[in-house]
Write a protein that binds this ligand. Structure first.
Ligand code: MG
Length: 249
């Protein structure tokens, strides 16, 4: 499937979709505290998405059983919300959420501290977030896709962190996952030439220790191989002639 450049009307709908998702994340942030279950976060996320007129795009995606991926500590992504998983002081929690608005998808992720977090882990969260912004310096017309990948990976690796290679970002639009794939580490060559109207979900997943990950028997949850913490930060962005527009902030 070729990379599709969005029309002005499509961009308007993707902007609306992303703005709604940004509101969902802002509201979910306020409920992160010790004692909350990951199922409660999912339920509130789904209520917020539907309340804004959206459809949760993760729900039933390849059979995923929830609207929000809630991944705790060493869980990298795709954590399944559960009544039994209670957040406790010192945890970190990654929320990955998405919605469909008038046929257009948005996708974004945040990692939040729960109560008081080890400074080393707090730094992982901040570097992961910043690695996204280092990457999107190259998310503009005239740059190439892998310029983004290289910048994300180089920044995270400069702190000695493990950059997850088994999962990557992606194009987004009328489908949650479109071409191209957006890796978070250096590739051969520079890849696709970026042009205005491309829409990408850029999402570094950065580990405190090894970059290697394991898939759990639930067929969804991805954990770090060394069980050290992992952080995730993602936004849906539009390529323009200048700075990218971030739809989901
Ligand atoms: Mg994504």
């Amino acid at each position: 499937m070729p990379v599709r450049v969005k029309s002005a009307d499509e961009i308007r709908l993707m902007r609306e979709s992303g703005q709604k998702l940004g509101q969902v994340h802002a509201a979910l942030r306020d409920m992160i505290r010790p004692g909350v279950t990951t199922a409660e976060i999912n339920a509130e996320g789904e209520r917020l998405i539907r309340g804004l007129g959206g459809i949760p795009n993760f729900l039933n995606y390849n059979g995923f059983p929830a609207s929000i991926c809630v991944s705790v500590n060493d869980e990298v992504v795709h954590g399944i919300p559960s009544d039994d998983r209670v957040l406790k002081d010192g945890d970190i929690v990654s929320l990955d959420a998405g919605l469909i608005w008038k046929g257009y998808h948005s996708d974004a992720a945040r990692t939040w501290p729960v109560g008081n977090v080890d400074p080393e882990v707090q730094k992982l969260i901040e570097v992961t977030r910043q690695s996204f912004f280092e990457g999107i310096r190259y998310a503009r017309a005239g740059c190439h896709l892998y310029d983004i990948s290289k910048a994300i990976g180089a920044y995270a690796e400069s702190f000695g962190y493990g950059v997850v290679e088994d999962l990557c970002g992606h194009g987004i639009g009328t489908h949650l996952h479109e071409e191209p794939q957006v890796p978070n580490f250096r590739q051969k060559g520079r890849g696709l030439l970026l042009v205005p109207g491309m829409t990408l979900a850029i999402e570094p997943m950065i580990n405190l220790g090894t970059k290697r990950v394991d898939w759990m028997p639930d067929a969804w949850t991805v954990r770090t191989a060394d069980r050290k913490p992992s952080a995730h930060y993602e936004n849906t962005v539009l390529i323009t002639e200048g700075d990218p527009e971030i739809f989901t902030l």
